[in-house]
Design a protein around this ligand. Sequence first.
Ligand code: PRP
Ligand code: ZN
Length: 298
Amino acid sequence: MTMTEKGRIRIGIQKSGRLTEKSLKLLEDCGLNLELRKDRLVAECINFPLDLMLLRDDDIPDYVIKGLCDIGIVGENVLKEKLLARETPIDLPIMKRLGYGECRLSMAFPNERPYIGLMSLKGLRIATSYPAILKKYLKDNDLQAEVVEMKGSVEIAPTLLIADAICDLVSTGMTLKSHGLKEVCSILRSEAVLVRAPGRFPSDKEIALQRLLKRIDGVKKAECTKYVMMNAPKSALESIQSILPGMERPSIMNLSNDESRIAIHAVCRERVFWETMERLKEIGASSILVLPIEKIIE
Ligand code: PRP
Ligand code: ZN
């Protein structure tokens, strides 16, 4: 293991949970070859100066603050909670929003409890694993309520009669539903974010980090970019461009057997929906192909 080597980036990601799979996929899409072995919480990348640490998500902000990891991928919800809960304030700026692991921190009531607005929170006992965020929210909204801190399984607190309401993460809403709870208001939106340790890095590590960030950008861009090919009447080019405004500087080619039609190839910076393809077809386009793009460097 080369964990002590200076120029290597140490990245902390969630060991198991909502962000794990997508974080590993992102690193893989960045071309990193990670030697993950069962039951090992560290992994070395063999084709990039990076080592991976699999951590409890709650520990990631602290590891990054202390410089035990140079960078970390963590949910904004966990990041915000850990930063707010600190005695000595510190800011860990978000270097990149990663666009996955989307969820929200919401208040939820038992189905039978009426909710008419924020004042319905007054005087309640609210169970949560996010006490710092919740307390701040209550304070900012001038609401008095009791915060009951729980490490997990918050959704059973109302059934156990240890709380009147909960404040917990919601993604699909299935957990709330299956516990007879309803979401009444949401107090934070969250997604996976990339944070870096405070202070300067040695230059070789900084260079490696910038390379990684560029690759992440490339992967993200490629995800919402398509390569579109079609044949169409020459006269339809303008209409096609208005249907596909994200289409950039298309290459136009003549078709060998048809003078009135052209082949159009272009990178398109937007999702291409079936409806869009149907409209293209209506104005005379044919053989419309939409291909994924794997990587982009500009
Ligand atoms: C959250 C939350 C719920 C669940 C909600 O837990 O505590 O249990 O996700 O998701 P749903 O709306 O899709 O049903 P999480 O998976 O983050 O695990 P953790 O609280 O143990 O970190
Ligand atoms: Zn957790």
